[in-house]
Design a protein around this ligand. Structure first.
Ligand SMILES: C[S@@+](CC[C@H](N)C(=O)[O-])C[C@H]1O[C@@H](n2cnc3c(N)ncnc32)[C@H](O)[C@@H]1O
Length: 256
């Protein structure tokens, strides 16, 4: 039976990989690569570095899957994403059939953890449901950017007994009320600018776990403009940026 492994590789530091992930890499016959965009080269470099470092003897084939173009400004965001997922499922299904032998093991190396704002699990699950190609699949967890952020700032994610919301920059910009501590990913527009600053702290990190890592924290009112400037300069320098932040009512040394 064909096997697909969806392996979380951490959010940028090759040392964040688990032993379970290393063992899975040791069984890999085919590595599927699906990165796109300007960050592609840097993200691919980490994947290569991980394979070189942890499974130097393993011989495997590399298959690049060119994702179909996505409508970036759709009238209906959810419909556009569903259509895009369907197209990708059809494409990946063909690749599994044509490029993976009956008893071979293929792997997707997913940035951070596969459960967090990543579509690989949904696409592979959809292909399994269509049942056009027989395979089993396994998920190996990874260290997410949220864990990299909290470790970098040496903070707990939640305040004692309190919930935490995880959302996107797009959602926060549409409704910038932070009455629950909030982690924000995928924010190209600095949505924290729209949040009321009173008693609110921001713990911000970009390129976490990588040599370019930047981390800033402090009262949102004092730091918002600085983060926006630092972010913009870093993005210009590298050509891309990935940043994550926590908005919380808890000051450092407080109730967390
Ligand atoms: C498509 S999501 C993937 C999240 C990933 N699955 C995870 O577990 O972190 C990409 C977003 O994750 C965040 N991110 C990923 N890696 C990061 C890093 N090294 N430093 C800061 N933020 C990161 C950013 O918000 C970025 O826009």
């Amino acid at each position: 039976m064909r096997k697909i492994m969806i392996i979380g590789i951490g959010a940028g530091n090759p040392e964040h990989i688990t032993i379970q992930a290393i063992n899975a890499l040791g069984r890999m016959d085919v590595l599927f690569l699906t990165d796109k965009g300007r960050e592609k080269e840097d993200l691919l470099r980490l994947r290569r570095e991980i394979c070189r470092r942890y499974v130097p003897q393993r011989v495997f084939r590399v298959i690049e899957i060119q994702d179909p173009a996505r409508d970036r400004d759709p009238a209906d965001y959810l419909v556009a994403v569903a259509t895009w997922h369907e197209q990708r499922a059809a494409l990946y299904e063909r690749v599994f059939c044509e490029q993976l032998g009956e008893n071979e093991c293929g792997a997707f190396l997913v940035w951070g953890d596969p459960s967090l704002y990543d579509s690989t699990l949904r696409i592979v699950g959809r292909i399994a449901e269509r049942a056009q190609v027989a395979f089993e699949y396994e998920v190996i967890p990874g260290i997410s950017s949220i864990q990299a952020l909290t470790a970098r700032h040496r903070i707990a994610l939640n305040r004692i007994g309190e919930p935490v919301r995880i959302t996107t920059g797009r959602k926060l910009a549409a409704d910038p009320v932070v009455d629950t501590d909030t982690v924000v990913l995928l924010d190209a527009e600095c949505a924290f600018k729209h949040v009321a600053t009173e008693n609110t702290w921001i713990y911000w990190g970009a390129y976490l776990g990588t040599p370019q890592e930047i981390a800033l924290c402090g009262p949102l009112g004092e730091l918002a403009a600085t983060i926006e400037r630092v972010r913009s300069e870093a993005r210009q320098r590298a050509g891309w940026i990935m940043d994550t932040y926590l908005l919380t009512k808890s000051a450092p040394g407080g109730d967390n």
